[in-house]
Design a protein. Structure first.
Lengths: 113, 113
């Protein structure tokens, strides 16, 4: 069974631009979560989607948004990029929400210049 | 608000040594606790998942325990090898946060030959 895939793997953007990251969960998994990892803040929860509905949202500004499609694939969008948005963005999938084990993808490394 | 702490922040041991990594959490109302491994610049690899009703889980040379009442979990690694060198992260899911994982800052483990 294929694991969680994320595209692109690396991205360089300029301040003020916007970016869209994509995540394909493990086949059969219906829950997708997104995390931001930085050296200073560690891993921080962005949001979780289940059955195309946002179930939970972390403490991030409205510039960060996401969605989930009917095939469980998910995208996250960051608008008006800031230097501080440079981070590793990780996507995780699980069978359902709540008590299930989460499996992470390799991440997208975003650099904002 | 759940807070997760990992001690020590870094650990260096000779090959073959048995070692224990510690994780503590402030809110005992968790669904489960997961231990992950992260290699530099990579995504997270799930090592063990302990449900809130369980006391421990074992996988090969790894054993994780959970004591909800004291808010603690330990990851025991037997007969460490250089290939075990990585950052180890613990994360809790629980309360009304469904699939949200709250992570500790991690323990950087170095096993030298």
């Amino acid at each position: 069974k294929a694991g969680v895939t994320q595209t692109p793997r690396y991205l360089i953007k300029t301040r003020g631009q916007q970016v869209t990251l994509s995540c394909s969960p493990i086949s059969g998994h219906r829950s997708v979560s997104w995390y931001q990892q930085t050296p200073g803040q560690g891993l921080q929860f962005l949001f979780e989607y289940f059955s195309e509905t946002q179930r939970n949202k972390g403490n991030f500004p409205g510039r960060f948004s996401g969605r989930q499609f009917s095939n469980s694939r998910s995208e996250m969008n960051v608008s008006t990029l800031e230097l501080g948005d440079s981070a590793l963005y990780l996507c995780a999938s699980s069978l359902s929400t709540g008590v299930y084990e989460q499996y992470f993808g390799p991440g997208t490394r975003l650099t904002v210049t | 608000k759940q807070e997760v702490t990992q001690i020590p922040a870094a650990l260096s041991v000779p090959e073959g040594e048995n070692l224990v990594l510690n994780c503590s959490f402030t809110d005992s109302a968790i669904y489960n606790l997961q231990w992950f491994r992260q290699d530099p610049g990579k995504g997270l690899t799930s090592l063990l998942l302990i449900q809130s009703s369980q006391r421990e889980q074992t996988s090969g040379r790894l054993n994780a325990s959970l004591d909800k009442s004291s808010g603690r979990s330990t990851l025991y690694i037997a007969a460490s090898q250089p290939g075990d060198s990585a950052t180890y992260l613990c994360a809790c899911a629980g309360g009304t946060s469904y699939g949200k994982l709250t992570f500790g800052q991690g323990t950087i483990l170095t096993v030298h030959p």
